[in-house]
Design a binder for this molecule. Structure first.
Ligand SMILES: [Zn+2]
Length: 228
């Protein structure tokens, strides 16, 4: 298959960025200049994803009764709504990226004019959805975005993932990208984590899934300039 790279910008939204985001990731805004640089390179497809929740989303601590309703601290075991035997324990968060609120907007510094597709995720109130491809359930999967179809229709071979946050939505998007059969890269310095101490383990998971972590000044990015 011929080399056809895609750029996937994960959740570069107001609620994930200082100074006003409800779930602000430290340094979240600082990666936008790197990402705008990548948007100027000749990727065959450029996608920006948006976490896009209804107010009653299961991942919001505020939707759970006390005492299990402390954002960042409490966890909750979600049952697959289509198969209660399958469960997934997840962290609960402050309300974030609620549909049609300012917090759900992509940050205005992002060069939107270079983005080909916006993919929304997390609209199903019953399941968490870190990956921009699908929720974590497999038996069966409950909701999928259109991301896989966009990449497959464009005959993409390689996927470069950037954005927020390294240890959650970037991680699961990159792992699902590899599962979908794309050669997958995470541009590490164009991401930021919720929890910096988790990075060592996250990078180990990338390595075992054959996801390569590269940097903005790596050969893989430099060679993109020559690709047309
Ligand atoms: Zn979310």
């Amino acid at each position: 298959m011929s080399f056809k790279p895609a750029l996937v910008i994960v959740d570069l939204q107001e609620d994930f960025c200082p100074p006003n985001g409800s779930l602000a990731v430290q340094g979240g805004r600082d990666i936008v200049s790197s990402i705008n640089h990548l948007l100027n390179l000749p990727f065959a497809v450029k996608v920006a994803t948006k976490d896009f929740h209804p107010q009653d989303h299961i991942s919001f601590a505020s939707n759970h009764p006390p005492p299990n309703n402390k954002p960042f601290e409490s966890t909750f075991t979600i049952k697959n709504p289509l198969n209660p035997e399958e469960t997934q324990t997840t962290r609960l968060w402050p309300d974030h990226c609620v549909q049609s609120t300012p917090g759900s907007e992509l940050i205005p510094e992002l060069n939107r004019s270079k983005v080909d597709h916006i993919v929304e995720k997390g609209q199903d109130n019953r399941v968490e959805m870190y990956s921009a491809f699908a929720d974590p359930f497999i038996n069966p999967t409950v909701s999928r975005s259109k991301l896989a179809d966009i990449l497959k229709d464009a005959k993409v071979s390689d996927v470069y993932v950037v954005g927020l946050a390294t240890d959650y939505c970037v991680k699961f998007t990159a792992l699902d990208s590899a599962k979908e059969g794309f050669k997958t890269y995470v541009v590490g310095d164009a991401t930021r984590p919720v929890d910096p101490t988790s990075l060592h383990d996250v990078y180990k998971e990338f390595a075992s899934a054959d996801v390569d972590v590269i940097s903005m000044d790596s050969e893989e990015i430099k060679k993109m300039k020559e690709y047309t």
